[in-house]
Design a binder for this molecule. Structure first.
Ligand code: DC
Length: 217
């Protein structure tokens, strides 16, 4: 029996770190849905598409072919044949993804891809609408949160450790703006599914969060 785990929550709540560790412990496949929205946004940026123009996004998206492959257990997002993992983690792409992901046509295609991955084997999938829309029958749904200050600091530390220059206050402002867009958009806004367990990780260590979620399985 397939026992999928849906992990939703705002940017910087720690979803991907936690999801990767859970996948390793339970021998599950980790599906990072944000990476798919990011690849779509990268496509638009490279094309010079105006990311505030919905019609232009819908037209351009028809030419973006997105696939997922796994290499040594790592998810690779393939955009028109190219592995774009190394290009989708910039703040520019983050902000663009939050805008292009409001478009229904973009979501429909990526949701279909996500559902087909989850139908084949056990997955731990993270995103914004996994428990509500992508996997409404998931075995376990967790809604992870943390304060905006904690999330901004985590993103800041992550960027610094990768040698990326950044400004803490600016990251916090961008997180707040992105939360606002993600929770108020018309298509699949970020909301807790009625049957999801809410977990505030502000004061929890990574290990504590992983143990807590595994104990719910
Ligand atoms: O989780 P992330 O930061 O990689 O996501 C990037 C953007 O993609 C985020 O602003 C919201 C969007 N997203 C979405 O709309 N639905 C998902 N299932 C995952 C991400």
């Amino acid at each position: 029996m397939i026992k999928n785990i849906a992990l939703d929550g705002p940017a910087g709540a720690g979803k991907s770190t936690i999801a990767k560790l859970i996948a390793k412990k339970l021998n599950y496949i980790y599906v990072d849905t944000g990476a798919m929205y990011r690849a779509m946004a990268l496509f638009m940026l490279r094309r010079g598409v105006d990311i505030n123009d919905e019609k232009a996004i819908i037209d351009a998206a028809k030419e973006a072919e997105i696939e997922i492959r796994y290499e040594d257990g790592v998810q690779c997002v393939i955009l028109n044949g190219e592995n774009v993992n190394d290009y989708i983690r910039t703040e520019e792409v983050s902000n663009a993804a939050s805008k292009t992901s409001v478009v229904r046509e973009v979501r429909e295609r990526l949701v279909a891809l996500q559902q087909s991955l989850a139908a084949k084997e056990n997955v731990v999938m993270d995103g914004r609408d996994i428990g509500t829309k992508v996997l409404p029958d998931a075995y376990l749904k967790v809604f992870m949160t943390a304060s905006a200050d904690v999330r901004a600091k985590r993103r800041y530390d992550e960027n610094i450790s990768k040698g990326m220059e950044c400004d803490l206050e600016q990251i916090k402002q961008e997180i707040i703006e992105r939360d606002n867009r993600d929770t108020t958009r018309k298509e699949s806004p970020l909301v807790k599914a009625w049957d999801a367990v809410e977990l505030d990780t502000s004061e929890m260590s990574i290990e504590q969060v992983v143990e807590k979620i595994i104990s719910m399985m």
